[in-house]
Design a protein. Structure first.
Length: 115
């Protein structure tokens, strides 16, 4: 007889998945933390909270990148785009490291769309 209750995860697994939610933004943007949130979030509150935080920040960075692309028509976007991308990567890494240490990381700026 199978149960639909998600199996809880170990603390080390929770830290790993929380870290991967943050770091996945470097490669696959919003898809990574969304998958972590939906698949592993129900198994651990820490993972869900960190994946949600990462998802919100990555949505914020994606909006910033889109704005830079639009602003490229008036040249300023070419200057801002690398800055937005570097800031995003730096904060993704900081978030990943803090999550792996078991700390509850909150990005200093982020549009909180997903609760």
């Amino acid at each position: 007889m199978s149960s639909n209750t998600p199996q809880p995860m170990t603390e080390s697994d929770a830290k790993l998945w929380a870290m991967l939610a943050h770091l996945s933004g470097i490669v696959i943007m919003v898809i990574g933390p969304l998958i972590v949130m939906l698949v592993f979030g129900p198994r651990n509150d820490f993972v869900k909270k960190q994946a949600t935080e990462a998802l919100n920040f990555q949505i914020t960075i994606a909006i910033g990148i889109l704005i830079c692309i639009v602003l490229s028509f008036v040249v300023i976007g070419f200057i801002l785009l690398p800055i937005v991308m570097i800031v995003g990567i730096v904060f993704f890494i900081i978030g990943g490291l803090k999550a792996y240490q078991g700390e509850d990381y909150r990005y200093p700026f982020s549009i909180r769309m997903v609760k």
